[in-house]
Design a binder for this molecule. Structure first.
Ligand SMILES: [Zn+2]
Length: 349
């Protein structure tokens, strides 16, 4: 089956290397210029409707990076004016993927009325197994009626600020965020009748506020992303997008995170460092007693095993305390005298 190739770049009047911003600008300008409501005359109105359908179709493809790249790959397979062979293309590309689905329907014309070319390239996206389009084309003599469905809901991304304690304890957090959902007024098409939907200004999307309870996974690290399936923007067809939460660590007053290990300074008095001691040290889960051996010098690392963060695939990091020696804020006359004796002793030795 051969289908007429649609030059979407020509339709929007943009060069092949146009940026997404330029494509959007060109689309907006053309959509305003050819708005069917601008024409009182019925024939002009119909012409404008045809034109706007072409413009919408072109923007549907070029304005979506994934579809655009698929479309751009066609370049090698056609010559201007040639008919386009869908099956060759389908064989080269294998099964498609993405957010659009079409199904064969005898009732109800396609909401957007896109071309056979568009249907051939983009139908079957998001389906498993062989594209339904191929089946449809095999059925000779059947009129293929594409039914446009809005894409899968938008994926959303947000930042989740967590403390080390919340990671350690697998705490539950409540977050409020905004995702882009489909506009119920226009069913996500952006078009009502022949006009842009007034509720979403033709974008097909409106903001949705979500309140979510999230259990912080114990093996997350700063920068890692949690995927919450189906918690992104809603969709008219019921396949919502996903939500990605990027972990941002709230700075801790005591510990810094080094991989799975926690590090902290351990401030010792001179006699603790010289003679050794048993002292209370903080962890993310209360305090524990740590043995400081005699002759502990500055920078010595004392390790508390398995008190750090959970590791991916089991196990746990350590806490590493780094010895630092400091004087008490107040030193009495008696203590000063003892330091003098210490100094004398050391000078002799
Ligand atoms: Zn709308």
């Amino acid at each position: 089956m051969a289908i007429e190739f649609q030059d979407y770049y020509e339709t929007l009047g943009v060069p092949r290397d146009a940026s997404q911003q330029d494509i959007k600008k060109a689309y907006r300008r053309l959509a305003r210029k050819h708005h069917p409501d601008l024409h009182a005359d019925q024939k002009d109105k119909e012409k404008a409707e045809k034109k706007i359908k072409k413009i919408n179709e072109a923007y549907e493809v070029l304005g979506d990076p994934e579809k655009k790249s698929k479309y751009d790959r066609l370049g090698a397979n056609w010559q201007q004016g040639d008919e386009f062979n869908y099956r060759d293309f389908a064989q080269q590309q294998g099964a498609g993927h993405g957010g659009f689905r079409f199904y064969s329907s005898t009732g109800g014309a396609g909401a957007a009325g896109f071309s056979d070319f568009f249907s051939a390239i983009f139908e079957g996206w998001g389906q498993e197994g062989p594209s339904r389009a191929q089946d449809a084309f095999h059925g000779a003599g059947t009129r293929w009626q594409p039914q446009w469905e809005p894409r899968r809901g938008m994926d959303a991304e947000a930042e989740l600020r967590v403390s080390l304690e919340e990671i350690y304890r697998r705490s539950e957090k409540t977050v409020q965020l905004t995702a882009q959902g489909f506009c119920p007024n226009c069913g996500g098409t952006g078009i009502v009748g022949n006009s842009f939907c007034p509720q979403c200004a033709g974008s097909g999307q409106i903001p949705e506020i979500k309140n979510l309870k999230i259990k912080v996974p114990p093996d997350v690290r700063p920068g890692s992303k949690i995927r919450l399936k189906g918690q992104g923007g809603s969709s008219a067809t019921g396949t919502p997008g996903d939500l990605y939460l990027k972990i941002k660590l709230i700075p801790h007053p005591v510990f810094t995170l080094q991989g799975d290990n926690l590090e902290a300074d351990l401030i010792l008095s001179p006699w603790q460092a010289a003679l050794g001691d048993k002292i209370e040290v903080p962890t993310l889960d209360g305090t524990v007693r740590l043995v400081v051996p005699p002759q502990t010098r500055r920078g010595k690392k004392l390790r508390l095993a398995r008190k750090g963060l959970a590791q991916r695939g089991g196990g746990r990091g350590d806490i590493i305390y780094k010895a630092a020696i400091d004087l008490p804020a107040q030193v009495s006359a008696e203590e000063k005298e003892l330091y003098r004796q210490l100094a004398k002793l050391h000078a002799k030795g």
